[in-house]
Design a protein around this ligand. Structure first.
Ligand code: CMX
Length: 425
């Protein structure tokens, strides 16, 4: 049996050495160029970051440490966190040691609830979550050790400490926000012995007689955990952490990015679109009706939420996993049936319109309908679920970046005047 700390302590010196040699031997080799279109296009496709936790292949989707996400759908979030960090799945004993660590660290500081209660009652649940993470910054072990003086090679250790403390408490905070914000009654005390997913499902307090909702939560936390390094939340988290800001600052920043409608908030927008469709047609629309509605949506200048992706050019395998879950657990649910129908109709509409480079569904296109099926009808909350999962990826990336001594992020910006002159040359 080996603990996560021990495993990383074994692996990291060799990784550091390899990377140093790789950089030294190839320092001036060119791996990417930037066109003017990319400069104005969100740096799409520019290779300027290193991230080993996962990669997103445009024709395959998410691959965590060499394993396609479709092969990981039976795993637990704790196993995924271990995999993200070490490149291996833990054995039974090691997994238990991680679960014990999280259990030991469970328990949210009382001041978090005081701060959340003081926020306006109509605050967005994401604003509440990000505030809660930030207000816990005073707990940071990284900051304490940094202030006391610590060797650079050790930076990753308190980052791991902070990450474990965060992952042990974030599900409880997230569940507390759900109950508080949507008047669901008192908070439910954590049962960390259930494991991250079932404990979170339990604390949310939705009826779950057969444990199907807990199963959905397990899948949800696995599927959203990471999506390489360049997406808004990961990149924002990385940029903030690169200034040696601690894990609390970095995670809160990353999750603020996740709260945008083109990123994690799309799942709330997506279900809204599905429900709007249901309301408009008083149930599941015909193919023709849906096609027309999709065109009306596009012609009114709106995007079809849940479709398209900055990197992917195929159906997101995370969508496929949610679709399989829905087919197994709630095939007769009309909201799920609309999601299936949108999947049959909308890609062709987007292709015909010809604007979106990727006409296929992303992770957000199906998840909301499943949550809705189990009684989680407050879709303003959905991005919080995404955040609980994505916290694993942002933390794992930050720990590894500390371990390899990532410097402060500082790309060069240029002015339009400079660009005009440069393109003339
Ligand atoms: N519906 C309508 N138009 C779309 C579209 C969609 N689903 N997806 C892309 N387009 C449009 C873009 O708005 C853009 O239009 P303009 O040229 O008028 O600005 C054009 O197609 C080209 O965009 P793109 O290069 O294909 O897509 P981007 O890389 O710029 O953006 C994304 C990617 C995800 C923001 C975009 O596809 C989108 O807005 N989708 C809907 C929102 C969504 O589902 N977001 C969740 C993504 C997953 C996540 O990060 O969490």
């Amino acid at each position: 049996m080996v603990t996560l700390h021990e495993k990383l302590a074994q692996q990291l010196p060799k990784i550091r050495e390899e990377l140093r040699a790789l950089v030294k031997e190839n320092a001036s080799k060119v791996i990417s160029e930037v066109t003017v279109e990319q400069l104005f296009g969100g740096m799409r496709g520019v290779k300027g970051l290193i991230c080993d936790t996962s990669v997103v292949e445009l024709d395959q989707g998410l691959i965590i440490r060499g394993r396609p996400i479709g092969e990981l759908t039976e795993r637990t979030p704790e196993e995924i966190f271990w995999l993200l960090l070490t490149g291996e799945l833990p054995d039974k004993e090691s997994l238990k040691s991680l679960q014990d660590e999280l259990k030991k660290r469970s328990g949210t500081p009382g001041y978090v609830w005081d701060v959340l209660k003081a926020m306006p009652a109509d605050s967005h649940p994401m604003a509440m979550l990000d505030t809660a993470v930030l207000v816990m910054e005073k707990e940071s072990q990284f900051r304490k050790r940094y202030d006391a003086g610590m060797k650079k090679d050790e930076y990753w250790m308190p980052m791991l400490e902070d990450s474990l403390n965060i992952l042990a408490t974030v599900p409880e905070i997230a569940a507390g926000i759900y109950r508080m914000r949507f008047n669901k009654g008192p908070r439910l005390a954590p049962k960390p012995e259930l494991g991250m997913a079932a404990n979170y499902a339990y604390m949310l307090g939705l009826p779950d007689p057969k444990g199907d909702f807990a199963e959905l939560m397990r899948l949800y936390l696995v599927l959203h955990s990471d999506h390489e390094g360049g997406n808004v939340s990961a990149f924002s988290g990385h940029t903030v952490a690169s200034a040696l800001s601690d894990m609390y600052y970095a995670l809160s920043a990353g999750l603020n990015g996740l709260a945008g409608p083109l990123h994690g908030l799309a799942n709330q927008e997506c279900l809204a679109f599905v429900l709007e469709t249901q309301k408009k047609f008083n149930g599941v629309p015909t193919d023709e009706q849906l096609k027309q509605f999709a065109w009306d949506t596009l012609n009114s200048g709106k995007v079809i939420p849940g479709y398209g992706h900055a990197v992917l050019r195929v159906t997101d395998p995370r969508f496929t996993a949610f679709l399989a879950f829905g087919k197994k657990y709630c095939p007769q649910d009309p909201v799920f049936q609309i999601v299936e129908k949108i999947f049959r109709i909308v890609p062709d509409v987007l292709k015909e319109q010809g604007k979106a480079k990727d006409p296929w569904p992303n992770v957000d296109a199906a998840s909301g309908s499943l949550l809705y099926h189990y009684g989680m009808t407050e879709f303003a909350y959905y991005t919080v679920l995404f955040s609980v999962s994505r916290a694993m990826g942002i933390c794992a990336q930050a720990i590894l970046n500390r371990a390899i001594g990532s410097p402060i992020v500082r790309p060069k910006s240029v002015s339009t005047e400079w660009l005009k002159k440069a393109v003339k040359k």
